[in-house]
Ligand binder design. Structure first.
Ligand code: SF4
Length: 509
């Protein structure tokens, strides 16, 4: 076990202890809460110093992981400033912190898989069980809308059960479509969370179907947290998602706060809103006033409905987002993850159920299994695989997925710039080579169109080259700096990047 993973586990273990044993007293006794946080911080500092002495660790990565560890700790503290339902406290402590973050699922199952395949199994699955959505947002990655396809409940349930049994997975991300609109055989997402009570679910939702009743049901379940989509302030959110959606989102957040359910926000960063969603005012509003505990930022990916390269943040904006998002994490201790700029925390791409562990696969409403939500090409359909007597292990073994896993290993060995981790966005030519070799099916007509469009490929390759020109120097000078430079502290090193990182909204791919 590396020193850095020990560091993470120590932080998570401290969090679990806080949740399990101090319980409601942490909410009602602020000095006790602060003392618990100080203890956790001391642990993190201690392990950070040890990590710095290991020549196998890059200084910048230790910095990033320390910063995320501290942000996690302070997120626990923020969670306890409001009453949480007892089911939520139990599920977060047992399922999320202890079972998933510390033990990383069922190790017996993972070891069995390793003995058989020589690689670690996926750590989780993202499943979009239904394409149906009550909104019709511009640029929806899933091209979702009313009356669309869905997985049969029996298949959805079998996928979750099999991932638990064969891989030891305990974490499931639910997307869509709108997850709360999914129904099959009279069951939906809430029934799935109830049935798999030892797992933890995160669902990406537009929030408009969360009322008081749903919020109290989530409080009873405890093992499902909603990440609610917002695009920016009211005007921008309503422009993309429909009139009145921003206010319905705030109403959902009020219901969740009242019921004691932890929730976060999900943000799609575009060329037009990147500065807005990372502004202090915006972050204050959602994290401090509305009580969001975490935020996921996804840079717009040119897939799905009306896809266009013109909405992607420019390379200069991306570099600015890297600096700004880490500033928020470091200075404000907020759990705000910027995909793909925080690839240092996951140590790179996690698609195709990567061999080193912690990876995932994506399964959509038609049963199409893809390496990732953002790589819409599928070599295998789960419905057909099950009909032929296959399992998730057979699906994982598909040669297209194996090709991506080999690329991940080679990239880490040869270059390893985890700030540019993505085989689709940052290294598109590599993805094209694998698509040509294995010919997986596009999962929709948008993906087929993109595949056949040479300008699309050239545009993404140009984007990757422009990002590399800006970000490779950051990797060399900041992340790979010497231990003595690291000991001067990351603040100074970050300041040295300022001149490189100044945003230039005029720059275009
Ligand atoms: S393919 Fe790209 S989006 Fe998908 S997991 Fe890898 S880095 Fe993330």
């Amino acid at each position: 076990m590396s020193v850095t993973s020990t560091l993470q586990k120590t932080v998570f273990a401290a969090g679990a202890e806080v949740l399990e044993h101090a319980g409601p007293a942490l909410t009602s006794v602020p000095p006790l809460r602060r003392a618990a946080v100080r203890t956790g911080e001391a642990y993190i500092r201690h392990w950070q110093q040890k990590a710095r002495t290991d020549p196998g660790n890059l200084a910048g990565i230790v910095d990033d992981q320390e910063a995320m560890g501290l942000a996690l700790l302070h997120t626990v503290e923020r969670a306890f400033q409001r009453p949480l339902s007892s089911a939520v406290r139990q599920a977060v402590a047992h399922n999320l912190v202890r079972s998933i973050l510390i033990e990383q699922g069922d190790r017996n199952a993972a070891d069995r898989f390793y003995a058989q395949h020589g690689a670690y199994p996926p750590g989780f699955l993202t499943i979009s069980p239904g394409k149906a959505c009550n909104l019709h947002c511009t640029g929806c990655y899933a091209d979702a809308g009313p009356g669309a396809g869905r997985l049969d409940w029996a298949v959805f349930d079998r996928i979750v059960s099999e991932a638990r049994g064969l891989w030891g997975a305990r974490f499931f991300v639910i997307s869509g479509g709108e997850p709360l609109a999914y129904r099959s055989q009279g069951k939906g997402i809430l029934e799935a969370a109830q049935k798999h009570a030892d797992c933890y679910f995160l669902m990406y939702t537009n929030g408009t179907l969360i009322d008081d009743q749903v919020a109290w049901r989530l409080a009873e379940l405890g093992n499902l947290t909603p990440a609610i989509s917002v695009e920016g302030w009211r005007e921008r959110t309503d422009a993309r998602r429909g009139p009145g959606v921003f206010d319905r989102v705030l109403s959902a957040m009020a219901s969740l706060r009242a019921a004691g359910v932890p929730f976060g926000i999900s943000l799609t960063a575009t060329r037009d809103n990147a500065e807005e969603i990372l502004s202090d005012e915006f972050i204050d509003f959602f994290f401090e006033e509305q009580g969001a505990l975490y935020g996921w930022i996804f840079h717009y990916m040119p897939i799905g409905r009306s896809f266009t390269l013109d909405l992607m943040p420019t390379p200069a904006q991306r570099l600015w987002m890297w600096r700004r998002s880490w500033e928020v994490v470091r200075q404000r201790r907020l759990l705000l993850a910027d995909f793909w700029n925080h690839g240092t925390v996951s140590k790179g791409c996690i698609a195709a159920g990567r061999a080193q562990g912690g990876g995932y696969l994506y399964i959509d409403w038609n049963g199409a299994v893809s390496p990732c939500v953002f790589v819409p090409y599928s070599p295998v359909n789960i419905n057909e695989a099950y009909a032929r007597g296959k399992t998730l292990d057979d699906v994982w073994s598909d040669p297209f997925f194996a090709g991506i896993r080999r690329w991940q290993v080679a990239y880490g060995r040869d270059k390893g710039n985890w700030v540019l981790p993505c085989i689709n966005r940052d290294h598109h030519a590599a993805l094209r080579r694998l698509l040509a070799q294995h010919e997986p099916d596009p999962t929709d007509r948008n993906a087929r169109e993109a595949l056949l469009d040479p300008a699309y490929a050239q545009g993404l390759e140009g984007y990757g080259a422009a990002c590399a020109a800006l970000i490779d120097p950051v990797w060399q000078e900041y992340y790979k700096r010497s231990v003595s430079a690291a000991n001067r502290g990351h603040t100074e090193a970050l300041a040295q990047e300022e001149s490189v990182a100044a945003p230039n909204r005029q720059a275009r791919v």
